[in-house]
Design a protein around this ligand. Structure first.
Ligand code: 13P
Length: 250
């Protein structure tokens, strides 16, 4: 049995006050979410402790959107995996396409982040996904395979067993253009196949989340697919009703 996870990536949105209000609304509605679905939220760093204090002892799990590629020391402006674990956060998103693109995060950087996150006891939500031009050129499988091979299949089986994967086709993020459930299932099955080549039966236990314009109107169809174990939700996670409706879509 794989864990079902619906995680909200708030990105660079909300003030602390708004974030606390949003998590309060989620708390009020969490009982509507099936018991076997993990609801996680990844607010900005500045919000983490306040949100933690609010959701502590609830079913809502806390995550961060990024962590440093260094352990500690003179890295002005960075937040380490150990600091996130001390909040405590449970999850950390690593390798989001926005980080890869705007902050030039490449495989050596992502490998360091993964290692530090795992060392700190965090669960990495590792993102992969092709750009529009790569899909149009029929290169999406190749791109996804190389993203996995650079960062994930090099892990030990024990570390790998802790990781959650998110498939986020870049062309579907924030565009309102969702992958069809067939396109998403095809990519998720491919990801699981690549993971199985390195980790065998362990790959059957890995939660693979879909991300990219996922909303309550398309979540049920996406989550009904065999290899889709939940979602990594951007824009739609900023409205409590909508985010809860997505988590109810299983
Ligand atoms: P949207 O749901 O806004 O398309 O964002 C998806 C995403 O990037 C989640 O990490």
């Amino acid at each position: 049995m794989r864990l079902k996870i619906v995680a909200g990536n708030w990105k660079m949105n909300t003030t602390v006050e708004q974030g606390v209000a949003l998590s309060q609304s989620l708390l009020e509605q969490i009982s509507q979410v099936p018991e076997d679905v993990i609801l996680a939220i990844a607010p900005p760093f500045t919000h983490l402790y306040s949100v933690y204090q609010q959701i502590v002892n609830s079913r809502i799990a806390l995550g961060a959107q990024n962590c440093a590629a260094y352990d500690k020391g003179a890295y002005t402006g960075e937040v380490s995996a150990a600091m996130l674990a001390s909040v405590p956060c449970k999850y950390v998103i690593i390798g989001h396409s926005e980080r890869r693109e705007y902050y030039r995060e490449d495989a050596p950087i992502l490998n360091k982040k993964l290692a530090l996150a795992l060392q700190a006891g965090l669960i990495p939500i590792f993102c992969v996904g092709e750009r529009l031009e790569e899909r149009e050129a029929g290169r999406h499988f190749e791109v996804i395979a190389s993203q996995l091979k650079e960062a994930i299949t090099v892990l030990t089986p024990s570390d790998f067993s802790k990781v959650v994967i998110a498939y986020e086709p870049v062309w579907a993020i924030g565009t309102g253009k969702t992958a069809t459930s067939e396109q998403a299932q095809e990519a998720h099955a491919f990801i699981r196949k690549i993971l199985a080549e390195s980790f065998g039966v362990l790959a059957a236990q890995t939660s693979i989340l879909y991300g990219g314009s996922c909303k309550s109107s398309n979540a049920a169809e996406l989550f009904a697919q065999k290899d889709i174990d939940g979602g990594l939700i951007g824009g739609a996670s900023l409205q409590a009703d909508e985010f809860i409706a997505i988590a109810k879509a299983f």
